[in-house]
Design a protein around this ligand. Structure first.
Ligand SMILES: O=C(O)CCC(=O)C(=O)O
Ligand SMILES: [Fe+2]
Length: 223
């Protein structure tokens, strides 16, 4: 008898995938990137110029060398940007956070704290998936902290002179940083299995500085 592979949180990934997909497809502001490989949307002018400026100032206050879950990423050159969590109680951060929850129409308790990130020339985030590899030891912690990541949202806060694109390596598209643009993608396939084709990178900044905010969503209550 063939054994069936268990995919953690598969039903929830399928359900939240369908729910958010329907909501974004009904939103005239959400542009769907034309590809069959992954569900990626872009929303222009999600943040205005003042909001971008304010977030950039806040990133400069919280940013420290980035860490990854299973690795000393900064030391290995995998994620060389500086990043940090914002204070989730800050009223401005709460308003931005709620606006993203609302865009997706998800349960706010599933959202992680918004993270800010800054890349200087030469800094990058090498190709990776935002979903967790459930065979790795870090999963034992993440499983209890809200489970698998379903959707990713990421906003560009400024124009970068050269480099710093978000490169979906399997889809074959590079998205240029444009201030106020929010990218939203489903980390899973419609059947609720993790989508390998969501592999993406923040390419090295060549000239200028790049600032982004990221908010990831879990299938269950994040804590
Ligand atoms: O900076 C980028 O373009 C990508 C950032 C990213 O992939 C992440 O924060 O997970
Ligand atoms: Fe990522």
């Amino acid at each position: 008898m063939a054994s069936k592979t268990i995919i953690p949180d598969q039903d929830a990934l399928k359900r939240v995938g369908a729910q958010v997909r329907a909501r974004l497809e009904a939103n005239p502001e959400a542009y769907k990137i034309p590809t069959d490989k992954a569900e990626i949307f872009a929303i222009g002018d999600f943040l205005d110029a003042d909001e971008c400026k304010r977030l950039i100032t806040m990133i400069d206050q919280v940013a420290r060398p980035s860490e990854l879950f299973d690795d000393d990423a900064y030391a290995t050159g995998f994620r060389t940007s500086y990043s940090g969590d914002f204070d989730p109680e800050d009223s401005f951060i709460r308003s931005i956070s709620r606006r993203i929850d609302d865009l997706l129409g998800v349960n706010p308790i599933t959202g992680e704290t918004i993270q800010g990130q800054r890349y200087l020339p030469g800094q990058q985030f090498k190709p990776h998936n935002d979903w967790f590899y459930t065979s790795e030891t870090y999963w034992q912690l993440e499983r209890k902290r809200g489970g698998q990541r379903c959707w990713t949202t990421m906003a560009f806060l400024n124009e970068v002179e050269e480099g710093g694109e978000t490169h979906f390596t399997e889809v074959g598209i590079k998205i240029d940083p444009k201030p106020g643009v929010l990218l939203v993608w489903n980390n899973a396939l419609p059947d609720g299995s993790p989508n390998e084709d969501t592999m993406h990178a923040g390419t090295p900044v060549i000239r200028g500085v790049k600032y982004v905010i990221t908010k990831w969503y879990r299938t269950r209550k994040w804590n």
